[in-house]
Write a protein that binds this ligand. Structure first.
Ligand code: HEC
Length: 145
């Protein structure tokens, strides 16, 4: 006896739907982490959220890597340091954000963050976030990047 074609189509649909979360995670796990943990404030294109005081990272984030203290800041800032992501996933997201949103601002000798570096930095979070950031922005503005 032949199997009902309708039943097997339903079977295919059920297996595809149940696999969807696995499939999206498997193809873009880093972007998925950004979506779940960072995008709520930083928005899909990294355009920032002025109403919430979230700065733009699009075509800007990489500039921090040109000034002293900037590399540390990107990991010590509360959004990074205090996220629920473990060290290796945070490392992947930060490197992904830099390359995806701010490739043109990266220094020529850009070295991606390593997990060891991120793990060390996030354990000494910033006390004065606003003033540290303001100081870095001043240094960046002087460079006229
Ligand atoms: C609740 C809102 C919020 C979430 C969620 C958030 N951030 Fe942020 N982020 C901010 C704000 C606000 C700033 C500006 C510095 C500050 O005041 O903390 C910032 C700044 C940053 C900066 C430095 C860029 C700059 O111009 O100051 C980095 C890097 C960063 N966040 C990474 C992340 C990552 C990675 C995640 C997800 C794991 C994340 N953030 C999630 C609000 C958020």
């Amino acid at each position: 006896m032949m199997r009902s074609p309708r039943l097997s189509i339903i079977g295919v649909i059920i297996s595809v739907v149940s696999l969807l979360p696995v499939m999206t995670q498997a193809t873009e796990p880093i972007q998925f982490d950004y979506m779940m943990h960072c995008q709520g404030c930083h928005l899909p294109e990294g355009q920032g959220f002025p109403l919430r005081d979230v700065p733009r990272i699009k075509n800007h984030l990489g500039k921090f890597l040109h000034v002293e203290g900037g590399r540390e800041f990107l990991i010590q800032v509360p959004g990074s340091a205090q996220s629920d992501l473990n060290d290796s996933r945070l490392t992947a997201v930060i490197n992904w954000m830099l390359i995806t949103f701010s490739q043109t601002e990266l220094p020529d000798n850009f070295q991606p963050y390593t997990v060891t570096e991120v793990s060390r930095l996030r354990r000494s979070p910033l006390v004065e976030v606003k003033s540290t950031r303001a100081l870095l922005i001043k240094k960046i503005e002087k460079l006229k990047l």
